[in-house]
Write a protein that binds this ligand. Structure first.
Ligand SMILES: NC(=O)CC[C@H](N)C(=O)O
Length: 305
């Protein structure tokens, strides 16, 4: 495994076209696109890394897997009255479907869906309390108490988040947002601004590898059925309008973020985190996807055999 990862890093290092960093969030626009890291956390506890796997980055939309998991824990199946579970086929920040579908987002991973999930888990609490709960959960699943929020990124998003504010207000006009919109957006921007390195991120996905139970610490996080369902949503919706392409090329449940990270799950085998800040046209890590494609070619881990 170490040899495979070292080879991937060597190939990625020679890539000329590294994609574009997300420039609509100023704090992400100044990240050096030449950075790269990959970590494979195996179900048996072994961890393999290559590249700069100690470097923290903004996990952005990958946090939506964690907030969905928390929402399912709090609300159970009532979550599905608030968001759907179909791929949207539209960009992650699109507003068009919302009007036709009465303000109900297609899935929990597009921005509108994740904003609704933030509203669902706020339940009248202060954003600070809810964020503390989200952080506590992420630290628990990653087994690492040092994980925190990058306040500079959160403030950068708050200042430039007109599109997300539009989505939230539009949904509120359908009566679908229950807490003050500012509180919901503050919570959403802050959970997107959680900073992790690939080692922490790979460990945080382990509960999705072994039927809802972290195979290394032995702690149960969600039921078997819930883990299966979260994986299915990641496969179908985790890369927005690039989800079909990701399933075709990589064949694993995965969730991307505009910080350039991807969390991918090889059920029964490993949790994989990769980071390369440059994005493709739909906002998914360009070289991160290529790295996962190579990893799966070498290991045969695609869920499609
Ligand atoms: N795809 C993403 O990672 C988007 C998350 C980002 N915080 C946004 O709202 O635009």
């Amino acid at each position: 495994m170490q040899k495979i990862l070292d080879e991937i890093v060597a190939t990625i290092g020679t890539s000329k076209d590294r994609g574009q960093v997300a420039d609509y969030i100023p704090q992400l626009a100044c990240i050096d696109p030449n950075q790269f890291a990959i970590t494979v956390a195996m179900a048996d506890g072994r961890i393999f890394s290559a590249g700069n796997s100690a470097q923290l980055f903004s996990i952005q939309s990958i946090s939506k897997v964690f907030t969905l998991t928390i929402a399912l824990g709090k609300l159970g199946d009532a979550v599905w009255s608030r968001v759907g579970r179909e791929p949207s086929g539209d960009p992650f920040n699109s507003i068009v479907q919302l009007e036709h579908e009465n303000g109900k987002p297609r899935n929990p991973f597009i921005n509108a869906g994740a904003i609704t999930i933030a509203d669902a888990i706020l339940m009248g609490h202060q954003p600070k309390e809810t964020l503390a709960e989200i952080l506590q959960f992420v630290r628990f699943i990653a087994d690492d108490d040092s994980i925190g929020i990058d306040e500079k990124v959160a403030q950068s998003e708050l200042r430039t988040g007109d599109r997300n504010a539009s989505l939230a207000h539009f949904m509120a006009s359908f009566g679908r947002i229950k807490n003050p919109v500012d509180c919901v957006l503050g919570t959403y921007f802050h959970h997107c601004s959680i900073a992790m390195n690939t080692e922490q991120l790979a460990r945080s996905g382990l509960f999705l590898v072994d039927n809802g139970r972290n195979p290394v610490t032995g702690t149960r996080v969600v039921s078997t059925q819930r883990a299966r369902r979260i994986n299915s949503l990641m496969l179908m919706c985790g890369h927005y309008d690039g989800s079909g392409e990701f399933a075709f090329r990589v064949g694993l449940p995965g969730k991307s973020g505009v910080g350039g990270g991807i969390l991918a799950i090889a059920p029964g085998t490993a949790s994989i985190a990769v980071w390369s800040p440059g994005l493709d046209d739909v906002g998914n890590s360009k070289l991160g996807t290529e790295a996962l494609e190579k990893l799966v070619q070498h290991t045969g881990w695609s869920i499609f055999g």
